[in-house]
Design a protein. Structure first.
Ligand SMILES: NC(=O)c1cnc(OC2CCCC2)nc1N
Length: 326
């Protein structure tokens, strides 16, 4: 039997460490120095080593498992992860808006989001606890990479409310981490990654979670499988609700009242994309209201209520080899 003071201390440490980690990795606003975090973390590790029965699934010590996996189990997505129809110019944006207005009979607002150039992932939570993380795969069947996604510090192991939902978002490697990783690989005579997206994909496909844990991956969440699992009635509200639950969401989002505002946003970020700490390959434009999304529906592969405006490729970087990851 463990004395109450130790049980209480372990709970205190877990909550304190998860809060510090949230501030550092999700809000990018640490409230304590690293050494404070490290000493509390070590105190929790010592308690859990002495009393393994005190380990909980949302303990920060459980992020980096020791196991090397044999392979990845398949995961069936009950709600498919749709892809997006791409457009490349202003005319196509206007045509999209015309189709939407014709179908709905009136003007609509759009939520604009930066199109993060990473890997789509889905995160399932039951009663606020992370139970499964998976790749998009072909949209219907993905791979279970829960162990690897648990090492991504900006992914909460426990939400701020004990809700049950499946969140979807992009897992990416920040540009700085990408440059550092390739530098190390070159020094070690290994192949370098062609771009941060490939590096993120390669890191999430690692069978050894300890390697994934060192790749400094991050995430931006942007939707849920079933909008009824949120109280929001629009995409813009839903992004705020996801943020309030403890997820990292992209702060450059904008609610646009007209397609002209959408185009201004696109031009604005075509200029700014080089200064962002992560790679984007365009802008995702979504009809904001969920009821209007439902009215517009889906084609076989993509929603009729969203499109991706793709930027022209940035000036080709000197790439030694383009490593194709499936
Ligand atoms: N790469 C992104 O940043 C991104 C991708 N997808 C979506 O939306 C899904 C949900 C409905 C169809 C596509 N939003 C995004 N921001």
């Amino acid at each position: 039997m463990v004395e109450d003071s130790v049980v209480k201390r372990a709970k205190e440490l877990r909550e304190q460490l998860n809060q510090y980690s949230y501030e550092y990795y999700v809000k990018d606003a640490p409230s304590v120095e690293d050494f404070v975090y490290d000493s509390l973390y070590q105190e929790l590790v010592d308690i859990e080593n002495r009393h393994p029965e005190l380990v909980t699934e949302d303990s920060p010590t459980q992020r980096v498992g020791g196991r090397v996996l044999e392979g990845f189990e398949k995961v069936v997505h009950n709600v498919p992860l749709y892809s997006l129809n791409d457009v490349f110019n202003k005319e196509d944006i206007t045509a999209f808006d015309q189709r939407v207005q014709k179908a709905l009979g009136h003007q609509v607002s759009y939520t604009c989001e930066l199109k993060i150039d990473g890997l789509s992932v889905s995160l399932r939570y039951e009663d606020g606890k992370l139970v499964q993380g998976a790749t998009r795969g072909d949209g219907s069947v993905g791979e279970d990479i829960t162990e690897n996604l648990k090492t991504v510090r900006s992914i909460p192991l426990k939400l701020k409310n004990s809700v049950t939902l499946e969140a979807r978002g992009e897992c990416y490697m920040p540009k700085k981490s990408f440059m550092r990783l390739n530098q190390n690989r070159e020094e070690e005579g290994q192949d370098i990654f062609a771009n941060p997206r490939n590096a993120a994909a390669g890191s999430l496909r690692q069978l050894d979670t300890k390697i994934t844990a060192k790749r400094n991956l991050s995430t931006f969440l942007y939707s849920v499988a079933d909008t009824n699992s949120l109280s929001s009635s629009s995409q813009y509200e839903a992004l705020q609700e996801l943020e309030d639950l403890g997820f990292q969401t992209n702060q450059e989002r904008k609610l646009c009242r007209s397609i002209d505002e959408v185009w201004d946003y696109i031009e604005d970020f075509q200029e700014k994309r080089g200064d962002l700490p992560y790679e984007i390959d365009g802008v995702v434009i979504k009809v904001n209201d969920f009821d209007q999304q439902e009215t517009l529906g889906y084609t076989v592969k993509a929603p009729r209520w969203a499109i991706a405006y793709k930027f022209p490729p940035e000036e080709a970087q000197t790439v030694i080899r383009d490593i194709q990851w499936p």
